[in-house]
Ligand binder design. Structure first.
Ligand SMILES: [Zn+2]
Ligand SMILES: [Zn+2]
Length: 758
């Protein structure tokens, strides 16, 4: 037999290999194959292939055009990994057609690295630390005082059987110290055990799902989703922060598990949502909950993937890449914060996890639930066209929590020398004086977006990108650093202007560092004096180390931080019960971008960040510094009416014939060679025009993107706009082979279907 195999290569080729002893049931299996010619060894007639790759068997046939002397045989099948199912293969096939990307890269690109690294070597069994309750522990459980909450809940969990340490940590907030206390009392013993001996928890037993009571709206939503079980249906669950979306997800997941099915939950950024993961693990104490995201180390990532693929995991929570994880019993997909830009992969295989999730649900006949307070305009249009059912939650879960009051500080009138007005500083001071917390949101990290020579207006630019260097002070006394936010370039800030020699270099504009510094200075010198205020900065620089973001957030949740200053990382779902004031320092930047989605993103971000204020019994307030307070976008935000904004924005999009009223694809190309790039784009445009793809396909001229040069590469893009998905796909299917045929090696290019950033 001949196995037809795709590899993780930028080629659409399917390779033939001899596969003696294999039959049709090998389709969907991963195989190790020799690939690439090895060195010719002395005395041997033919080169011995030294390189191997893993590939996916897509077809088994009896004949091949490859001459026998050139036909190589597969080395073996990857053990431990069951065949991808027909549904998995259909998902890969759909993506290959829709995104015009090689099947091999789609199927193999997202696999756990360990699966690809040493596929033939048998893995040694790992030792895992396991905790087990003792007889004394069981006896203690009966008499333990109720105030020992942490110890009790851990003992209760262990009473059902031994649990791996990693599992304890996932389910308990301070697992290490609680476990140490239990061991000291001899209520629990910790021993090492071979990983393969640990029984897998797999049970849809609902004994440990502790349902919280639902309000009428939540009940309606849960009923609608549950009624769709076993069939394809798409839902938009729309509700503001605190309206109880999570509880709806949990009930729907519960129903799904009771039917013996698996649930897939996609979240924007898992490191920012540890509380969500913990909530799911705790509420389904008997289910097997696994996480999957690219930040995981190799072994747990492989374990999680295998557990999902074998059907052993009940709930998989992951980032966009998890949308491809095989799940044979899949019964429900949840996409939380569906508007989030991180669901679109921005390099290589540029898929949109939201759209892939919908395809997967339709193919697997299960419901898909998109959750958001600020749904994407694409999803809202799907609701308008009755492709999605909208389920709305209006009530805030905590009854007393009213919506925060939103006011504007007019930057045409008030000065903001370091980015922050004195009115905002005063509001922060008053808030902290009352024992409450404030959050200052600024969508720019670093100290200042530019450094300017006051004499000759020289500004440092990145030598590799068409962008200014951002000035970072970084707290040190080294005079600061210049960093490019588009490539890794970094250099020391000059003491004098290299052009005119002037020492008068001025930081222009402000970022998180500058606002933090200005706030510290203003509060220290404030009259009447206030006790020292604890400020924490949250941006990519301050949270580079693993777990540091969670550390800051948990300190803030405990009330150990008075003021948080940070970027959109703060907009995500953290709950700070004493947070009553949100200040937005510079929102206007997002309004005048060349990207037609900028306003949508800004509105979503402002609504999210405003939702942080006043979540418990304390009323919240939001102050937005802007020059354009009367703009419809800000007015919609002020009245907490995202729908109003969305209606205006949708009307604008329809008028301009932009998505969701048209469908786009972007040919993105880059090269170090400017002439080769220009020629390539000209030819691609010429081919496209020559095709006359029908009346509803327009071909735009090749243009440089906003960042015309990145890391030494010149960049150009060409947009195709179509009236329907079908006509866009028909056009691409004919045009892309012509683009591919150019074979210009100096130019790298990709096709981006449904691009997010244009
Ligand atoms: Zn100068
Ligand atoms: Zn750069």
């Amino acid at each position: 037999m001949i196995a037809r195999i795709v590899l993780d290569l930028p080629l659409t080729t399917v390779f033939d290999f001899a596969a003696p002893g294999l039959g049709g049931d090998a389709i969907g299996r991963l195989a190790v194959v020799p690939f690439g010619a090895g060195k010719r060894r002395a005395g041997e007639p033919t080169p011995t292939p030294t390189k191997t790759q893993i590939g996916l068997i897509v077809e088994m046939v009896e004949t091949t055009d490859v001459p026998p002397e050139k036909l190589k045989a597969i080395i073996g099948l990857v053990p431990r990994v069951a065949a991808f199912t027909a549904a998995d293969m259909a998902l890969f096939g759909f993506c290959a057609r829709y995104y015009h990307h090689p099947l091999g890269q789609i199927a193999l690109g997202g696999l756990p690295p360990l699966l690809k690294l040493a596929p033939t070597r048998a893995e040694p069994d790992r030792a895992v630390r396991v905790s087990e309750i003792t007889d004394a522990g069981r006896a203690a459980l009966a008499t333990l005082p109720s105030r020992s909450v942490a110890q009790r809940s851990m003992l209760e969990m262990l009473a059902h059987g031994p649990v791996a340490e990693v599992e304890l940590k996932r389910r308990h907030l301070r697992a290490t110290s609680t476990l140490a206390q239990l061991v000291k009392k001899a209520w629990v013993v910790v021993r090492e055990e071979a990983a393969s001996n640990i029984p897998l928890k797999h049970s849809a037993d609902d004994g440990f799902f502790s349902p919280h009571s639902l309000n009428a709206e939540q009940q309606t939503a849960v009923q609608a989703i549950n009624a769709a079980h076993g069939s394809f249906a798409s839902f938009l669950l729309s509700g503001i922060t605190g309206s109880g979306k999570t509880e709806v997800y949990l009930h729907a997941i519960h129903h799904c598990l009771l039917q013996g099915k698996q649930a897939l939950v996609l979240v924007p950024e898992i490191n920012l949502t540890p509380a969500f993961v913990r909530a799911v693990s705790q509420r389904f104490a008997h289910a097997n909950v696994v996480e999957l995201h690219s930040g995981m180390s190799n072994v747990p990532r492989l374990d999680a993937w295998l557990a999902a693929q074998r059907g052993e995991a009940d709930i998989l929570i992951g980032t966009r890449l998890a949308v491809f994880t095989p799940m044979p019993r899949l019964g429900l997909i949840v996409v939380d914060e569906e508007h989030d830009a991180s669901f679109k992969q921005q390099e290589g295989f540029r898929y949109g996890a939201r759209d892939v999730a919908v395809f997967r649900a339709s193919n697997k006949l299960c419901p898909v639930v998109m959750g958001s307070a600020t749904a994407s305009l694409e999803t809202l249009q799907n609701v308008a066209q009755k492709r999605f059912t909208q389920l709305t939650l209006t009530a805030r879960a905590v009854a007393q929590a009213a919506l925060p009051k939103i006011d504007f500080i007019d930057l045409n009138i008030e000065r903001a020398p370091d980015g922050i007005t004195s009115r905002l500083v005063e509001a922060i001071r008053d808030t902290v004086a009352r024992g409450e917390q404030a959050l200052v949101f600024i969508n720019r990290r670093g100290y200042a977006p530019a450094l300017v020579c006051a004499q000759c207006a020289w500004m440092p630019e990145c030598t590799r990108c068409s962008a200014r260097m951002v000035f970072h002070r970084g707290g040190g006394n080294n005079g600061g650093q210049l960093k490019c936010h588009h490539c890794a370039a970094q250099r020391r800030a000059p003491a004098a202007c290299p052009k005119c020699g002037s020492h008068e270099l001025v930081a222009a504009g402000s970022g998180t560092e500058r606002v933090e510094e200005a706030l510290e200075a203003a509060l220290a010198s404030s009259v009447p004096a206030v006790p020292p205020i604890r400020i924490a900065r949250v941006d990519r620089d301050s949270t580079r180390r693993r777990g540091s973001a969670e550390k800051i957030f948990s300190a803030a949740a405990k009330g150990e931080v008075d003021v948080l200053v940070g970027t959109q990382m703060l907009a995500k779902g953290h709950d700070f019960p004493k947070l009553t004031l949100v200040g937005v320092v510079n929102a206007d930047g997002g309004m005048f971008s060349a990207d037609f989605r900028a306003a949508e993103r800004l509105a979503a971000q402002l609504m999210q960040v405003a939702g942080r204020a006043g979540r418990a019994e304390l009323p919240g307030r939001v102050l937005i510094q802007t020059r354009f307070a009367t703009h419809p976008l800000y007015q919609a935000v002020a009245s907490h009416d995202y729908n109003k904004f969305a209606q205006i924005a949708l009307a604008e999009r329809e008028h301009a014939h932009l998505p969701p009223f048209s469908f786009l694809a972007l040919l993105r190309a880059e090269s170090r060679n400017k002439e080769a790039l220009a020629d390539f784009m000209q030819q691609a445009a010429k081919d496209a025009h020559a095709m006359r793809g029908g009346e509803d396909v327009s071909v735009w001229d090749p243009v440089p993107p906003t960042l015309a040069r990145k890391a030494g590469f010149e960049r150009r893009q060409l947009m195709i706009q179509a009236g329907s998905r079908r006509s866009l796909q028909t056009f691409l299917a004919t045009w892309l082979p012509m683009v591919r045929a150019q074979k210009v090696h100096a130019v790298k290019w990709v096709i981006d279907v449904d691009p997010q950033d244009v």
